[in-house]
Design a protein. Structure first.
Length: 213
């Protein structure tokens, strides 16, 4: 009887040990499968196979993440604000004024172009003045010769009257020549002033149009 009990106890202990061994083996196999699955997941996402991990050397540089923060100073291009009605009215008035000035200048230029220029008039008058001066010189020479002839045979009173008349004629002729020269100079100055004024108006109009456009 005692031998039978001892043999049954040993059999029970042996069965318990076998059950514990099977349970431990199953637990260890489950842990290895979980670790293999986790490592496979990491390798798949990293693009590496188990053979690559064995042969690939470890990089000595630590892993790092780079964050790019937006520059607060760089702002998007500001859209220009639309012009106000007052600014539009001001620009419209400027354009109308400029257009009116240009039309006036065009009319003045047309009138000026249709009429003979001052310099042309002066150029036409100058030959006549030269001929008049030449005729005057010839007349003076003739009068001087006649005077010399009269001096030889005329009395002093008659000679004095002739000299006075001659002097008055010469003074009138000199005054006429001075007036003619002064008028010619005034016409020349007026033509130059008009030309300068037209050039200034045209330059201002062109500059204003270029600035507004």
């Amino acid at each position: 009887m005692p031998m039978t009990v001892r043999g049954g106890a040993w059999g029970l202990l042996l069965g318990i040990c076998m059950l514990l061994s099977c349970h431990l083996a199953q637990s260890r196999a489950g842990e290895e499968e979980g670790s293999d699955a986790a490592s496979g997941f990491v390798m798949d996402h990293a693009g590496l196979s188990p053979e690559d991990t064995r042969h690939q050397p470890m990089s000595p540089s630590p892993c790092g993440l780079t964050f790019h923060a937006p520059d607060p100073c760089s702002s998007s291009a500001k859209t220009s604000s639309p012009a106000s009605p007052e600014e539009l009215d001001h620009l419209k008035n400027l354009l109308q004024d400029t257009s009116g000035r240009l039309k006036g200048l065009q009319r003045a230029a047309g009138v000026e172009a249709s009429q003979p220029g001052y310099q042309d008039i002066i150029s036409k008058v100058l030959p006549s003045i030269r001929r008049a001066n030449l005729e005057l010189s010839e007349s003076l020479g003739r009068i001087t010769r006649e005077l010399d002839e009269h001096v030889a045979r005329a009395d002093p009173l008659h000679l004095t009257e002739k000299r006075q008349r001659l002097r008055r004629g010469l003074q009138e002729m000199d005054q006429m020549l001075r007036v003619t020269g002064r008028l010619a100079n005034q016409l020349d100055d007026a033509s130059q002033d008009l030309h300068g004024a037209l050039v200034q108006h045209l330059d201002r109009a062109v500059a204003l149009i270029s600035h507004r456009s």
